[in-house]
Design a binder for this molecule. Structure first.
Ligand SMILES: NC(=O)c1ccc[n+]([C@@H]2O[C@H](COP(=O)([O-])OP(=O)(O)OC[C@H]3O[C@@H](n4cnc5c(N)ncnc54)[C@H](O)[C@@H]3O)[C@@H](O)[C@H]2O)c1
Length: 413
């Protein structure tokens, strides 16, 4: 890599956010250094095998072979970069509160290698104040003595892995910087890789907007999950109701019920919001209630599925179809299907699973669709899953995805 420092980008974290960002930047003419502290992942990436669905092996191999991209575990390589973006996970701890250990370690890792006028951007989702109160002090304290001015901005990633329409390039990017000079640098950077950058007045606005976006989804999903239970108890088809309400051209947006919420964002980010609320002595009751409604869904789904089985069968065999948290990806992080399986087992069921995009899940292997079962639960509609062969065999299916409506033997959630 012999690119001018001005056109070199370093990205910390090469996962669902960092690697697609790297490819988008390569397409825009940047030379990219992808830093990740997981050595096996770095070796896989440098070997030309993409760990995420949104980046193909061909795309990765092209970027590697023309020298526009490489992955490394070595933080000192960020010294070559004019821009450093941080894309590391921001999970919950065992008290379900923000765990910023990885973000802190990423900031600590880059700090000794920033140069004068490096732009440092956090793309990780976190509560408002994270850039200003956590990242800026760490970098400023540990930076080399001759690096006088470092620019800082927050630009929360909004990518939706597996989405065929919206990606890092065409999704407008929020940018909030700590001062005017940082703002100009950060906007110029994002305008070079995205179709549109949206400038907001502070990093806290950008950080809070990201939490609002994902909390909006969480509470609307919870509303529909609660409403589904009400409709089902009264013999009303919730999907017909949602379709009917969707005919209103304004003021309504359809959300669908499901096994619960999963992934790195929707179940997690709203709890950054509830924690943030508690820090200022406020309780975000509405969000907490939505969280508990969604958490109760796997148990509800287990009960609905078992109600379809002949009660004389003491240990019914239940096949779960799709264990990833959403269609089109093999990502099982925070999948609500784990709790579904646990509730089924607690009721005495023998449980197996099938997912064409997941080869191993929590230490267990999938079965194929010929597995003999009393009932199947379509939890996530994965591409390439031939559910109709179960219907032909007369197996009852509880469809949590609204994709099999009207078919014989299928009950909609
Ligand atoms: N996945 C999504 O759909 C999505 C969408 C928008 C925003 N986000 C946010 O983006 C951030 C990253 O999420 P992700 O899904 O890409 O996570 P990920 O787990 O897919 O990838 C993160 C990568 O960072 C590496 N890493 C962890 N700590 C590190 C450190 N200190 N130094 C270097 N590498 C480190 C891990 O090995 C991993 O490869 C999170 O804050 C998340 O909330 C995620």
């Amino acid at each position: 890599m012999h690119a001018q420092r001005t056109q070199v980008l370093a990205i910390i974290g090469q996962g669902y956010v960092g690697l697609p960002l790297a490819m988008a930047a390569v397409d825009a003419g940047w030379t990219v250094i992808g830093v990740d502290n997981f050595a096996a992942k770095v070796a896989q990436i440098n070997g030309g095998s993409s760990p995420v669905e949104d980046v193909s092996d061909d795309q990765l191999q092209a970027a590697l072979s023309n020298g526009a991209y490489k992955a490394t575990t070595d933080f000192s390589e960020v010294a070559l970069a004019a821009v450093i973006t941080i894309c590391v996970p921001t999970p919950l701890d065992d008290k379900r509160e923000p765990d910023l250990t990885l973000l802190r370690s990423a900031a600590t890792g880059i700090a000794p290698f920033v140069s004068d006028e490096t732009l440092v951007v956090s793309e990780s989702t976190s509560y408002p104040g994270t850039l200003r109160d956590l990242i800026v002090p760490i970098v400023n304290e540990l930076k080399p003595k001759d690096s006088k001015t470092i620019f800082f901005a927050s630009a929360p990633e909004r990518v939706n892995p597996g989405d065929p329409v919206w990606n890092q390039k065409n999704t407008p990017r929020l940018v909030g910087a700590i001062d005017e000079a940082s703002k100009i640098k950060a906007l110029a950077f994002y305008e070079s890789i995205c179709d549109a950058a949206v400038s907001v007045s502070t990093p806290e606005i950008a950080e809070a907007a990201k939490l609002l976006e994902n909390t909006f989804r969480l509470v609307n999903i919870a509303l529909i999950n609660e409403f589904t239970q009400l409709c089902s108890a009264n013999g009303v088809n919730v999907h017909e109701v949602i379709d009917a309400a969707s005919s209103k051209p304004y003021g309504f947006m359809p959300f669908r019920p499901g096994v619960g919420v999963g992934g790195h964002c929707i179940p997690v980010d709203p709890l950054y919001l509830t924690w943030w609320a508690r820090q200022s002595g406020v309780q975000a009751k509405f969000v907490e209630s939505a969280d508990s409604i969604n958490h109760a869904m796997p148990k509800y789904v287990a009960e609905r599925a078992l109600s379809l089985v002949n009660p004389e069968i003491k240990n019914p065999k239940v096949l779960i179809l799709g264990v990833a948290y959403k269609p089109g990806v093999g990502d099982v992080r925070e999948t609500p299907v784990s709790e579904l399986r646990d509730h089924l087992k607690a009721q005495g069921a023998v449980v197996a699973w099938h997912d064409p995009l997941v080869s191993i899940w929590e230490g267990s292997q999938p079965v194929d669709l010929s597995w003999d079962c009393s009932v199947a639960i379509l939890a996530t509609k994965q591409p390439g899953m031939d559910v109709e062969q179960l219907i032909k065999r007369g197996i009852q299916i509880l469809d949590c995805t609204n994709s099999l409506k009207g078919l014989a033997g299928v009950t909609s959630l």
